[in-house]
Design a protein around this ligand. Structure first.
Ligand code: NAD
Length: 550
């Protein structure tokens, strides 16, 4: 947590109700745990909480004064106005970074951003849903455990005695070392910026920072031999280290990458450049930087392919690195599979995905009580119970205490209603906010990440997130947002986000039931429409009213 941006807490209202107060606290929280809060940057290179500080202050002022009859409209991180809607309508609706088709290109985005007309909200930055590196940790852990099962020993196996190589210790990439350790792997994380590695070490996500590659490899070898989980950071450029390992004949068991490779200017750091030099080039010569980043990504992915050829399990962890490598001439970059298709799609087809809750009071004890409730509600769900036990033992909180767990249709609603009742009965210190990642069944079209190789070829159809957002607006959600890609993601994706505040009231109960149920219903319908058996089964088993034609 950044001391200049303290996490909110307590039970004193500064707004006219908990719906507005909850959203205000979430905005404060994303800055508290963000990567560069002075510049409103939360994660993923350029993902921002608000367009600029004036826009931020305008949002805060609106949330503090608006009534339950009003909805605040936010366009690309800037408050536009209030409209009179009524207490069943969202408190905030947002559209972030949506460009018209032919204009949805990185260079157009950068131009508009320079003019102050747009900002990129990432997925969870602009929607004030980011909770630190914990946000993606279960996803990374589940991928690693599925790799262990499929490639290294069958059901019940973990990655003990295995070497995982990755890079990037930023906002999201910072989840990798802890997820790796929890899967019992010896995981090496290459990071070019020492401050990022130190941040992860200080909050307990990274065990060690090695002074050089030889020491790092020795530590990895020792952990492998002892079959215990260990995460080792190495301050170096991945585009140097990966090819060097290939030269030395060192082949990891698993190789991936989570640098901010999607953005060739503000995210990826090319080999051969000092960090200060890169920061200066971002404004003085962005074209040179883009070309250098692409060259380095070519070397980086070429080395991943060589490791794959030598037997490593390789996967893309959702950062467009294959896309840029292919554009740079690596013809077979897409022989590296995307994690969604390779490991998680059967879960998404049942609308099981990263659901999260935040204790708005700031009290960690509230999350512990909700952990207990999850274990009591879903004792037969092995993924959830295993995760909650692991998470409460290993995952430190950043900012507002929060938890993430992969829950699906019905389960999300059931948990949220239980929590709302706990708030009402005084079993929790204060209200709780619920949201989910935008990388969710009905919520995202991202043809190189979430929807790559869909069974029916519907990868690029962005109707689904738009339908999701409209459904959520019609279903009493408290915050609804539609995001498209900015920076290097321009033209690559559209997603929908949702947040709800459980304040213990009857009105909250109705909102949680309607919005969460309809959100996952749409997710199941989306995958059923694409022909996935799991979704067809889930729709039939849970009475989801899908219309099947002919
Ligand atoms: P970030 O900007 O916070 O951090 C990126 C990190 O990569 C930085 O610490 C940077 O120093 C480091 N880096 C850049 N180039 C490097 C290089 N050549 N060698 C070593 N380190 C380098 O970004 P983030 O929030 O951690 O996100 C990382 C990527 O993951 C983004 O592309 C993001 O869109 C993607 N992402 C994927 C998922 C998912 O579900 N799999 C979720 C969120 C984000």
């Amino acid at each position: 947590m950044n001391p200049r941006f303290p996490a909110p807490g307590g039970t004193t209202l500064r707004c006219r109700g908990w719906r507005q107060e909850g959203l205000l606290r979430l905005l404060e929280n994303v800055l508290s745990v963000g990567e560069d809060p002075d510049n409103l940057v939360v994660y993923a290179a350029l993902g921002k909480a608000a367009r600029n500080w004036a826009a931020h202050d305008g949002i805060v002022q609106a949330l503090r004064t608006m009534s339950d009859e009003d909805t605040l409209i936010v366009q690309s991180g800037k408050p536009i106005g209030l409209v009179r809607t009524g207490p069943q309508a969202p408190v905030v609706i947002m559209a972030n970074c949506n460009l018209v088709g032919q204009w949805a290109r990185a260079e157009v985005f950068y131009e508009l951003e320079k003019k102050g007309l747009i900002c990129w909200g990432g997925l969870t930055a602009g929607a004030w849903q980011y909770i630190g590196s914990q946000g993606v940790i279960q996803g990374t852990y589940e991928i690693l455990m599925r790799i262990a099962e499929r490639h290294f020993g069958g059901p019940g196996s973990d990655l003990a005695g295995r070497f995982v190589l990755t890079a990037g210790l930023g906002g999201m990439g910072g989840s990798q070392p802890l997820a790796g350790r929890m899967a019992n792997a010896a995981i090496l994380c290459v990071e070019v910026d020492p401050a990022r590695a130190e941040k992860r070490r200080a909050i307990g996500y990274l065990d060690r920072v090695a002074p050089d590659l030889d020491t790092a490899l020795t530590l990895i070898e020792q952990a492998k031999a002892q079959r215990h989980g260990l995460s080792v950071g190495l301050i170096a450029n991945a585009a140097d280290v990966y090819p060097e390992l290939v030269r030395r004949g060192v082949t990891p068991d698993v190789v991936t990458d989570q640098t901010a490779a999607h953005d060739l200017i503000h995210g990826y750091v090319p080999a051969g450049f000092a960090l200060d030099e890169v920061r200066a080039l971002r404004t003085s010569d962005p074209e040179r930087l883009m070309a250098a980043s692409r060259d380095s990504i070519v070397a980086h992915v070429t080395a991943m392919l060589a490791m794959k050829e030598r037997g490593a399990v390789a996967f893309d962890n959702g950062n467009l690195i294959r896309t840029h490598a292919k554009a740079g001439g690596v013809a077979d970059a897409f022989s590296i599979p995307i994690f969604t298709e390779a490991y998680l799609r059967p879960l998404f087809a049942r609308a099981i995905g990263p659901f999260r809750w935040m204790a708005l009071s700031g009290e960690a004890e509230d999350i512990a009580r909700i952990d207990d409730a999850v274990l009591e509600l879903f004792p037969d769900d092995a993924i959830v119970t295993n995760w909650i036990r692991l998470a409460r033992a290993h995952v430190p909180f950043e900012g507002l205490p929060a938890r993430i767990a992969w829950l699906g249709h019905g389960a999300r609603t059931e948990l949220a209603l239980r929590v709302n009742a706990m708030v009402r009965d005084g079993a929790l210190t204060g209200p709780v906010a619920f949201s989910r990642d935008h990388l969710d069944a009905g919520a995202m079209a991202h043809p190189n990440i979430m929807t790559e190789n869909m069974k029916d070829g519907s990868d690029a159809i962005a109707d689904w997130p738009l339908l999701d957002a409209m459904t959520l607006c019609a279903s009493q959600a408290d915050l609804v947002t539609v995001h498209s890609g900015g920076g290097g993601y321009a033209g690559y994706m559209t997603s929908a986000g949702v947040t709800l505040i459980a304040d213990g009231s009857e009105a909250a109960e109705a909102r949680l039931r309607t919005a969460l149920t309809n959100d996952t219903s749409l997710g199941v319908m989306r995958y059923a429409d694409a022909g996935y058996d799991e979704a067809l089964d889930e729709a039939a088993a849970k009475g989801i009213r899908r219309i099947a034609l002919g």
